[in-house]
Design a binder for this molecule. Sequence first.
Ligand code: SF4
Ligand code: SF4
Length: 395
Amino acid sequence: MTSAPASGHNLPPDPLLDAAAGIETTADFTRFRQRDDVFTRAFWDDTVRSKQSDAFFASYRMDANPRKGEGFQQKDFALRNAAWLVSDIISNRSAGDGVREGFQAPIRADTPVAPVQVAIDDPARMATEVKRIARFFGADLCGVTGFDERWIYQTQVDTRDFSESPVEMPPGMTSVIVLGHQMDQPLVQTYPSALAGAATGREYSHEAAIVMQVAAYIRNLGYNAVASMNDTGLVIPFAVKAGLGEYARNQLVITPEFGPRLRFSKIFTDLPLSHDTPKPLGVKAVCDICTRCADACPVKALPFGAPSAETQNRSAIKGVVKWTSDAEKCFGYWAKLASDCAICLRVCPFNRDFSKRRNRLWLKLALSPLRRLALWLDDQSGRAARLKPRDWWAG
Ligand code: SF4
Ligand code: SF4
């Protein structure tokens, strides 16, 4: 295995920024290899691959529908798989080259970098413009942070034989634009179900289009831009450093706008942009006294204790002090369901519609010293209850 060459324009980590983002690494920190991602392991590692995991992937085609219960009927899979369609078209278009765009490799550029470069004398103004453009194309949140090689995968895989090669980033990338994509709340409330997977699939399809369009805009300005979904690097540390939210026990970034109900994508670029800073909200103090996600996880894949550098298996990055799930247990449950599970997202007290005043008031309470009262109120409200798929279909 070869290690990755220096990519992008890497600056030494800023300890103050790391502290503000809650990022703590230890001496045995090692960049993550994409081959160890549990979804990638399901193709090459017999300790993860099973008949159920094969059926999980097959269920994304309508010729295989392994379950029949409520929320897992043909119309549920039909909606979920339709929601994934645009993402699937992008991720499959280079399959012959061993490249699964957006998942095991960045999205290939469809637009050359313009030969004439627009002069940018005010990176702060440019960052404001980029955020406006991201919203124009449909992103719900946008933040900008510095390129940080620690979170770039050490290697990426060729999906034909799962061999590894270094992640190659164009030289001189200075910034990461992080985009947030809100998942549909009523659908999320039906987790676990194949129906709920439509909330995930719709955002993958949205984000594929949005990162491609924002990257094309930047390339048309004469600067480099690499559109990225789950590929190339871990998005969570970039999202936190870009000030979009705070990392939580359920492995998600909790935002003041949408709680944990978001997917994130990213664009690596050399466009001159000013950077946002982390904005700690007080979520960690809530997670310190709340284990609702860990309690609700059917396979007990989430940790109950304090953040630590302990990992359960090779599908977790080494040397980062944080809450880390057992990805093998989690994926095993997804395979059993034949769809994604996000019970830990549904039950999280921050999973609320913050466009409503009463939920904004609850957020203030939760992020104050009265957080125990906020959790008690959440328990009393019945908010975490599962919406029956038949009730979702009934509208
Ligand atoms: S997604 Fe489901 S299985 Fe995985 S950690 Fe969350 S609740 Fe547990
Ligand atoms: S359920 Fe509780 S512990 Fe889990 S992420 Fe949400 S607030 Fe944190």
